[in-house]
Design a protein around this ligand. Structure first.
Ligand code: ADP
Ligand code: ADP
Length: 213
C-alpha cells in the first residue's frame, strides 16, 4: 500500500484470517496495522494486491465486515439506543425492528438501563461497549477492532477484554484485532500476526493455542 505522499505502509503482505478465530495484528506504532485493517474493511484500496472474503475478491466495504472505531465514533446528539441502532438505520431497517435488535445487543454488552443516555454521560469503557454493540447489530461475520480499548484505564481494559471473550463465545465472529500491547494480544488471541516497522515484513505468525471455548 502506497499513500499519495509516497509512504509505503505495507508491502508483500499475504495473510489469512481463519473463520471464527480472533487474530491480532501486533506491532509498533506506524508499522501499518491501521492501514491493513482499513484495506480489509474496504475503506482503502490497496495500490496492488487484493482482499478476498470467503474466496471472493472485494473492492469496497461490505455488510459482512464491520469496523469498531478506535474513537468510538458515537453520534454525540443521539442516545445510546439510536447510536447502537444507527448502522441498521443506515440500512433502512424499520425503527421498531432496529430498536429491538439494538436493545438486545445493548443488554449483551452490559449497557441495559443506559439506552436513553447520551454518549457524554457515559464513561470511556461504556462508550466502547456502545461502539461494540453497534458493530454487532449489523450482524457482520467479521469484526475489525482498531485498538478498541486503548482509551480506557487498565482495570476497565481488563474488564472489556474479558467481556469481549465471553461475548465471542456467544457470537461466533471472525475478529481482526489491532493492538500494540503484547499483553493484550496474548490474552485475547487465537492467533497473533507480528508486523515489523520495516515495510514488507511479517516477522512471525504465532498460535498461542488459546481457545475461547
Ligand atoms: P493511530 O492509528 O496511531 O491512532 P493515525 O492512524 O491517525 O494514528 O496515524 C498513524 C500515523 O500515520 C501517524 O504517525 C500519523 O502521523 C500518520 N498519518 C496519518 N494521517 C496522515 C497523513 N494524511 N499524511 C501523513 N501521515 C499521516
Ligand atoms: P499503525 O496503525 O501500525 O500505527 P498506520 O497504518 O497508521 O500504522 O501507518 C503506517 C504508515 O503509513 C506510517 O508510516 C504512517 O505514517 C503512514 N500513513 C498512515 N496514514 C497515512 C496517510 N493517510 N497518508 C500518508 N501516510 C500515512
Amino acid at each position: 500500500m502506497r499513500y499519495a505522499n509516497g509512504v509505503t505502509a505495507l508491502d508483500g503482505i499475504d495473510l489469512d484470517f481463519p473463520r471464527g478465530k480472533l487474530t491480532t495484528l501486533l506491532g509498533p506504532s506506524g508499522c501499518g496495522k491501521t492501514t491493513l485493517l482499513k484495506i480489509v474493511a474496504g475503506l482503502f484500496r490497496p495500490t496492488t494486491g487484493t482482499v478476498a472474503v470467503n474466496g471472493k475478491v472485494v473492492t469496497g466495504p461490505g455488510p459482512e465486515r464491520a469496523l469498531v472505531f478506535q474513537d468510538f465514533a458515537l453520534l454525540p446528539w443521539a442516545t445510546v439506543l439510536r447510536n447502537v441502532a444507527f448502522g441498521l438505520e443506515l440500512r433502512g431497517v424499520a425503527k421498531s425492528e432496529r430498536e429491538a435488535i439494538a436493545a438486545r445487543y445493548i443488554r449483551e454488552v452490559g449497557l441495559a438501563g443506559f439506552e436513553n443516555q447520551y454518549p457524554n454521560q457515559l464513561s470511556g469503557g461504556m462508550r466502547q461497549r456502545a461502539g461494540l454493540a453497534r458493530a454487532l447489530t449489523v450482524n457482520a461475520d467479521i469484526l475489525m477492532m482498531d485498538e478498541p480499548f486503548s482509551a480506557v484505564d487498565e482495570q476497565m481494559r481488563r474488564k472489556l477484554q474479558e467481556d469481549l471473550l465471553s461475548l465471542l463465545q456467544v457470537e461466533k465472529k471472525t475478529v481482526i484485532f489491532v493492538t500494540h500491547s503484547i499483553e493484550e494480544a496474548v490474552y485475547l488471541s487465537d492467533r497473533i500476526v507480528l508486523l515489523s516497522r520495516r515495510p514488507s515484513r511479517v516477522s512471525a505468525i504465532r498460535d498461542p493455542g488459546i481457545a475461547h471455548d
